[in-house]
Every structure is written in structure tokens, then in C-alpha cells.
Write a protein of this length. Structure first.
Length: 79
């Protein structure tokens, strides 16, 4: 089963840690947890780099791609 955006963010230290590492507002990163599209692709490389620096082997490009593949269209998610 694919990791959720929430699980990925928590594995990397939580919303504040990820936001600071990516130069994003905490509200932006928090929003990814409930966003149907999950974590935006432009941030994947930075997340994988952060995971490697922390020794977190679960957060990979493959894990992020699985999350994206499992996402539902926004209209469907709101139904």
C-alpha cells in the first residue's frame, strides 16, 4: 500500500520541519495532507534529498509516484 502524504510528511519530521526545509509556509505543507493530488511533483526531489539526509529510506521517488498514481481527481474526492 502506498504511503499517504500525511505519512510522508510525518516520516520527515512533520509539517514544520518539511515546510522549513522546502522554504514553504506551514499552511501550504499542511494542505498537502488533504489535497487530492497529494504532494506537488516539483517538491519531490527536495523531499527525497531531505529523506536521505535524515536516513529515511521509505521516502523515495517511487513512493511519491505511487502516491500520485493513487490520487483521485479533485471533483471525485469532494463527492
Amino acid at each position: 500500500m502506498a504511503l499517504t502524504a500525511d505519512e510522508i510528511i510525518e516520516l520527515l519530521g512533520g509539517t514544520s520541519t518539511v515546510a522549513e526545509a522546502l522554504g514553504q509556509a506551514t499552511s501550504t505543507v499542511s494542505g498537502w495532507k488533504s489535497r487530492p493530488g497529494g504532494i506537488p511533483a516539483p517538491h519531490w526531489a527536495a523531499l527525497v534529498k531531505l529523506a536521505a539526509a535524515q536516513g529515511c529510506k521509505k521516502v523515495t521517488l517511487e513512493a511519491l509516484a505511487e502516491l500520485a498514481a493513487a490520487r483521485r481527481p479533485f471533483a471525485e474526492a469532494r463527492a
